[in-house]
Structure formats: C-alpha cells, structure tokens
Design a protein around this ligand. Structure first.
Ligand code: C2E
Ligand code: MG
Ligand code: MG
Length: 501
C-alpha cells in the first residue's frame, strides 16, 4: 500500500495530537470563561458603583449635596464613641440663614444656588462635617473635639463671617447672613436629642438677641424652659378668664402734687410661678400674639375702673394704658378703643395711650396717620421711655403727641451724672418748644424732684409720690382730695400704701 512518501502515523502519534487539540480547546474555553468572568466583574463593580451612587443620592440633600440628618445621627454616634476616653469637650453647631435669605429664596434663589454656595462656604471653614438639617436653610455641623467654648465660638464666628461675605458678580447685590447656635458636650450618644435641642435653644437666642453666635449655657437653658412655662401658663390663664391678673394704678401728679391721671399697669400672680413681673411676660406675650387679649382686657378694665371713680368721686382724672408695638399696628385698634369708651360712656380725653419710640419710628408715616386717627377721638398720646430709642427729631416735630415721658434710666442717677442732667434738660426744653407736656417717670427722691421742678418739668410719676397701687389704695388718694404730698411720712395715704408690685 502506497502512503505518498509519508511515514505512516503510529498510534501514539495520533493520540498525542488528539490530546494537544483538546488542550487547545480547553485553553480557548478557559480564555472565554476568563473573559466572561472579567465582564461579570466589570458589571459587578459597575452595579456596585451605581448602588453607591444611589445610596449617596438617598443620603444627600438634592440642593446642597450635603449628607442628610440621618447620616448626622450616625456620625454623631461615631464621633462620641471615638472621643469617649478624651477629656476635651465636643461641640455641634446649628447654622440657619437669616431672614434676609427668606426674602430672596423665592425670587433670586429659585435654583437654590445660594443655598448650595452657603453649604460650600461652611465646608470651606470646617471641612466635611456639615450636614443638611430638616429645613432647607439650615445646616448642622459636627465640630468634634474643641479646646474650649472660646474656640468653638471662634469657629462659629468664622462660619458667620464666611456666609455674609459678598457674593461674586452678578450677585454682588445679594446679601444675607446667618445665626449660629453652638452646644458643647462631653458625654454624647445617650443625650443626642438633648444636645441638638440645646444648640437649637442657642440658635433661638441668636435670633431673639440679634447676635450672630450664641453658645448654649445652663443659665440660658433654664431661662428658655422658664419661658416655655410662662408661655403655656399665659395661654391657660387667658383662656381661664384672666382670674390671675389684676390692674394696679400709679398716679401722675402736677407740680403741686395734684393727681392728673394714673398709669394702669398689669400684675400677674401665677398658680405655679407666683408673681411674674410684666417686664418678663409682656415681651413673651408679644412674641406669641397673646398681647392682643391682654391689652384688650387692660383697656376695658382700666377704663371701667375709671368710670367707677368718675361716678363715685366726681374726679376728671384720666387713665394711661400701655400699647405694645404689635398692637399699635393692628388695623382695628382705634375701633376697639372707641368701642370701649362708648360702652362706658367715657370721653376720649379720659384715656391716654403710651406708645414706645420703636413702635412709632418703625414706620413713621403710617404711625402718624394712626396717631391722628386716635387724636381725632380726643384720646391723648404719650411717648413712653423717651430718650432710649432712636427718635428722629425731624419726625418728632410732626408726631401728634401730647406727652414725652422721660425714661426712668435718665432720672435714676440724675444727680450724679451730669450727662443725664443735660439730656433731661434738653428733653424738657424740646417738649416745651413743641408745646407738649414733659413727664418724668421713676422719680424717687426729693433731689430729683427739685431738679425737675427747677427745669419746669410739667408732671411727675414715681415712688416718691406713689408706687403702683391696687384700686382700693388709689381710692384713698381720691378720698383725701386727689393731692399727694411727696414726703412719704407727711401724708397718711402715702405712708399707708404697701408695695403693690
Ligand atoms: P413702663 O410703662 O415704663 O412702666 C413704668 C415701670 O416703672 C413700672 O414697672 C413701674 O412700676 C416702674 N416704676 C414707676 N415708678 C418707679 C420708680 O420710682 N422707681 C422704680 N424703680 N420703678 C418705677 P412695671 O409695672 O414692672 O412695668 C414694667 C413695664 O411693663 C412697663 O414699663 C410697661 O412697658 C410694661 N407693662 C406693664 N403693664 C403693661 C400693660 O398693661 N401693657 C403693656 N403693653 N405693657 C405693660
Ligand atoms: Mg408706661
Ligand atoms: Mg416707661
């Protein structure tokens, strides 16, 4: 048999070529599998990256790209654990953009660009420890370990400076700042809610006191909690029909001690807190809006008391009632007052309203209009606590007022402080040139009285003549002829009066 010159293949040769072929096939398969494996791995890592991306989107704020509050809670725990054995305190801060931002947020910042930039500015100061709070315009900062409260304050101040720095063109006309409430703590995790709450108390204090930075203190916390109790009790006492409130009266006298009128002042004796001075609860009532109920009650009750005195004693004295800035702005104020006077058949001249400089100067044109309306009913107007505000002399000339009540602070150290003497002299002579009454409040000594009389101050109010007294005690003055002698031991009514405050 011919084999074309080729040597015939032996059995062993053909089986080794089979093996080589199978090996090659196996290698090809292996390569394919490896390729597939690689693709799978690539796909896996793509999926992993996507998962991370989705997760971080879920954990970050869409406007500022900051981690959200939930992540803050997690990191707060981590930082607390990491520092559990260290002695220096930890700190957090809450940063809230101020009202100026509120005004632009719907017009200039619809795209939330300024919000994003604000977050970036905070991060530029403190790094990656900034979180979005539950409000869009508010951020929480995990300041971590701080040496002391001064250092924490300095960082917070740096944040405030950074936020209020000018923006770049074309937004250089956009200006807003922020408030920063800071809380230092040493033992974290268990009291996270309380620590964050304390930073918010400090933030609220910033807004109330118009300070950029406030660091929480135990004293601030107590004051805040007491304020909350007052707020709650005030609401309840009003709803319960005002039984915890009374009105006291402090006379105004002329140069001869004749009573011209009386200022009605509120007193509150609370079932839990005892006697609370008006200087403490009136500002709170203004904040909550309860002042409206209080002043309506005061107006009615003091006018009703006056009606009674006019009927029983045939006197023509007037009452003077304090009107807070927010109430002065109420559209129906005059209508309500005139309603009370009509019901009690009292003339407008029986009532004087005490307004503060701030209430008037806030919007002088509108105030002048309102004051003219008040005056058109014969009701008179005093500017209370005059001299400590920022009255514009130009407006003062145009205000339809009857009385300038010189603030007590000028009278207090009148004889020791020559500046105050000059101020008091200037106020009295200004009142006279405007043809209005000068009234000094807080007169406690004969020397103060002599100074004021010498400067031709028209009328006087102060402990020298009488403290604010309950109606029954005030009636003793009226029974005694309506004249008070300033020397306490020379007048039985004055000598007998107790401190009704
Ligand atoms: P105000 O209207 O300036 O009242 C004068 C305050 O000075 C009163 O304090 C009065 O007791 C006190 N005072 C009067 N004479 C003297 C004095 O010779 N020496 C000293 N040391 N103090 C004197 P009070 O009653 O505690 O009232 C504080 C403030 O609370 C008032 O200041 C007024 O702003 C506000 N207030 C009181 N009652 C009312 C109210 O019914 N409505 C409103 N809106 N505010 C009221
Ligand atoms: Mg007053
Ligand atoms: Mg006053």
């Amino acid at each position: 048999m011919q084999n074309n010159g080729e040597a015939p293949r032996t059995d062993s040769e053909s089986s080794s070529s089979n093996l080589a072929e199978r090996l090659r096939r196996a290698e090809r398969q292996l390569k394919l599998l490896e390729q597939e494996n690689h693709q799978q791995r690539v796909r896996m890592s793509e999926l992993e990256a996507r998962r991370e991306e989705l997760l971080s989107l879920l954990n970050q704020d869409p406007h500022t790209a900051l981690p959200i509050r939930r992540i803050f809670d997690r990191d707060f725990r981590r930082v607390s654990e990491d520092h559990s054995s260290r002695s220096e305190p930890l700190a957090i801060a809450v940063v809230r953009l101020d009202r100026a931002y509120d005004r632009i947020k719907n017009s200039r910042d619809r795209g939330k660009v300024f919000l994003f930039r604000s977050a970036a500015r905070i991060r530029a100061v403190v790094g990656d420890c900034v979180y979005q709070s539950d409000r869009v315009d508010e951020f929480v900062v995990l300041l971590g370990a701080v040496k002391n409260s001064r250092r924490a304050r300095a960082t917070a101040e740096a944040i405030a400076r950074e936020i209020s720095a000018p923006h770049e063109p074309p937004a250089q006309d956009v200006a807003f700042g922020c408030h920063v409430g800071v809380c230092l703590y040493s033992d974290g995790e268990d009291q996270r809610e309380e620590i964050v709450g304390n930073a918010y108390i400090a933030l609220e204090e910033c807004e109330l006191s118009r300070r950029a930075v406030v660091v929480y203190s135990a004293e601030l916390g107590n004051r805040y909690r007491e304020k909350q109790t007052i707020e709650k009790e005030l609401r309840r006492a009003i709803q319960d029909g005002f039984s915890e409130f009374t009105t006291v009266f402090q006379p105004f006298v002329d140069r001869d001690g004749r009573i011209l009128g009386a200022e009605a002042l509120i007193r509150w004796n609370n079932r839990l807190l005892g006697s609370i001075p008006p200087g403490r609860f009136i500002p709170i009532a203004e904040e909550t809006g309860d002042i409206g109920f209080i002043e309506q009650w005061m107006l009615y009750h003091s006018c009703r008391r006056l009606r009674n005195w006019r009927d029983r004693f045939g006197t023509d004295i007037y009452v003077s009632v304090n009107i807070s800035p927010s109430q002065f702005k109420q559209a129906d104020l005059v209508q309500r007052i005139v309603g009370i006077l009509n019901v009690l058949k009292l003339p407008g001249s029986s009532l004087k309203l005490e307004l503060t400089e701030g209430a008037v100067m806030d919007n002088p044109e509108q105030a002048i209009e309102k004051m003219n309306e008040i005056r058109s009913h014969g009701i008179r107007i005093s500017i209370d606590d005059f001299g400590i505000g920022y009255s514009s002399l130009n407006y003062l000339r145009r205000l339809p007022i009857n009385t300038l009540k010189i603030d007590r602070s000028f009278i207090e150290d009148l004889l020791l402080n020559s500046n105050n003497q000059e101020i008091v002299k200037a106020i009295i002579s200004m009142a006279h040139s405007l043809k209005i009454e000068a009234l000094a409040e807080g007169v406690e000594t004969r020397e103060q009285l002599n100074f004021l009389l010498n400067e031709r101050c028209n009328s006087i109010q102060g402990f020298l003549f009488s403290r604010p007294v309950a109606p029954a005690e005030f009636e003793e003055f009226l029974t005694a002829g309506g004249v008070i002698h300033c020397c306490a031991d020379s007048h039985p009514a004055v000598a007998a009066q107790s401190d009704a405050r």
